[in-house]
Design a protein around this ligand. Sequence first.
Ligand SMILES: *[C@@H]1O[C@H](CO)[C@@H](O)[C@H](O)[C@H]1NC(C)=O
Ligand SMILES: *[C@@H]1O[C@H](CO)[C@@H](O)[C@H](O)[C@H]1NC(C)=O
Ligand SMILES: *[C@@H]1O[C@H](CO)[C@@H](O)[C@H](O)[C@H]1NC(C)=O
Length: 675
Amino acid sequence: MNLWTTWLFITLNLLISTNGLVRTSYGNWNLERIGDGNTPSFLIDESKNQFLLDGLPFRYISGSIHYFRIPRERWEERLGKVRALGFNAIQYYIPWNAHELEEGNHDFSGILDFAEFSSMAFHKYNLWTILRIGMIFMVNNFQIKIPGPYICGEWENGGLPAWLLNKNVTKQRSSDPVFTREVEKWFETLLPRVKPLLRKNGGPVLMLQIENEYGSYGVCDKQYLRFLRDLTRAHVGDDVLLFTTDGASEKLLKCGTVEGVFPTVDFGPTDNKKDIESYFQIQRKYAPNAPFVNSEYYPGWLVLWGQKRQDLPSPQTIINGAQTMYSLGASMNFYMIHGGTNFGFWNGAETEAPCISSYDYDAPISEAGDVTAKYLEIRKWIKGLTDWTTPPLDVPGNSPKARYGKIKMRLAHSNGNSNGNGFMGDFTDPGDCVDSERPLSFEKMKHFLGLIAYQSKINSCGNLTIPSFGDFVYVYLNGKYIDTLTRRYYNLTRSSVILGGCRNDGEDRLFLLVENQGRQTFETINDRKGILSEVYLNGEAVHFWTQCGIKLPIQSEESQDYNRKAMKKILRNKLSKDNQKQGVFVGVLEVEAAADTWLDTTGWGKGIAIVNGRNLGRYWPTEGPQMTLYIPAEYLKVGDNLVMMVELEGATDACTSTTACVADFIDHPIFHFGK
Ligand SMILES: *[C@@H]1O[C@H](CO)[C@@H](O)[C@H](O)[C@H]1NC(C)=O
Ligand SMILES: *[C@@H]1O[C@H](CO)[C@@H](O)[C@H](O)[C@H]1NC(C)=O
Ligand SMILES: *[C@@H]1O[C@H](CO)[C@@H](O)[C@H](O)[C@H]1NC(C)=O
């Protein structure tokens, strides 16, 4: 018997503490502290391939649930639903870019208060936390075969701040010193906030994941993984279990793992027991004396704009796979147990297309927090596990939903008539405008998300070409919408348009509204946005630009104080004869009792919807499949609610009446696959 097994024998069988330091493959624990039976700790017992929580054998069934995708007011409801399933843990990422949107300016408040999220999970529902501090997050779908996107990121830039793009990082997620210096600064801010939450300090956080599916990234920079490990240890100590997660293949674990850090795997549901056994055997090869863990087991999947179909595992397959893992003694995490919403501008993008605003994910708990058929199946399965120590609770009720019906939306401001800093008319502060000879990118403007308006004067019409830009350019000439340029949307790319109708008086006004529709995640490319090259007219570069960052709310929590007086005035106006359908539309939704509802965007083109200053996300019903935007009850108030829609492509079918366009509020979500 080595010291470790001796100690285990003593602790587990005799409950006697002894002295000295226990070295395991994943850190060094102080025996005396662990051995007294009630000192909080979390580690791997390598003699029995199991976790020990506070000295006792432990396994988890957890669910991924992201605080930053759930309205702050609804955390308790959603966490309660995870606990009622019979789960004993939650798992979540920390998105660096949401916490540090502007360099050096950190936000851990409101919807970003992850410490409160974990504390609530722990104190109200006895849910432990598996925390992923890794810089980047994405899901690598190579196990479940779904046509279309095999790999898709989920969050803007994979969680990396866009301001890193201004830093001359040669390779993100590598030991490039420019990158690691920024990571050091971030961890200096982040890890002291994680520390009090760690189990050894009496908190709910059991282990910390560094990086994420790094094996899939293809860089295989072990020096970088060692840097992350050592940096994390320097902050939290070497008596905290660190782990990595990679797809269950040798090739991926080879590059994604690093000595001293516990390797786990991820894979989706399957009825095939042999496959699951073989996945865990791959993990075991890299972690010979440790428990089996599937860190991402997919009961659903995410969706891209324009996606035509969605193939998901059946509830029975989800249960069969989970049961196989359970009988092998594995711990597992359902990704996602509750998806939530990419409010604001936080959706990420895949190479082919951006992710939709909803992050419903077809998860067992729906976007609005409702219990689904999948939820009931999983709950039934856990209820049947006789040796499971946190059995399900009563099935929680769902929140009330409201169908408020149709309201009139009036054009308050035509996009093409704007002069950039007056883009939102009387509704918001003017944006930040900068003059320059050549157009500036979103990153150079330090306006990272949403929209930037670029304007210049041109001398003649003709072939307008922009060789490099991201992602969509809405082209206007003298206030009139001409067309949309597209960097890449599936196999559609469009970088030139013929402009006609110039007055040729030297005062023809070119107005380019440019949309960042979400930075890519999986490839971790330097995904810059805005106009990234010269703009050519008949082969000649157009110079002297004014560009204005359009101020729209970015986090779902923040609410902009709109000028209500100006709004009332506009609402009294007769709809202008101007039949342009691209612009800022406003309307008032009267509410007697606030309840969850959905804005049905059918008939609108493409844009951004905002209610009472809260950014609900993007809509694009002409592409689908998402037709509705979720509005939590808490975003509404009794009385008048201001609804704004920033319409970019034209609300043709919603504006059939000559007096107004229409927005409809319904009591359920609509997804039209196959549109
Ligand atoms: C990045 O590199 C460019 C060109 O080499 C240089 O002009 C710029 O100052 C550098 N920026 C930073 C932040 O180092
Ligand atoms: C405009 O010019 C570009 C670059 O020369 C060319 O590739 C493109 O086909 C032209 N567009 C049209 C619509 O003629
Ligand atoms: C992409 O290309 C394929 C075949 O070349 C075509 O069938 C399909 O319609 C195209 N899709 C789009 C969105 O243009």
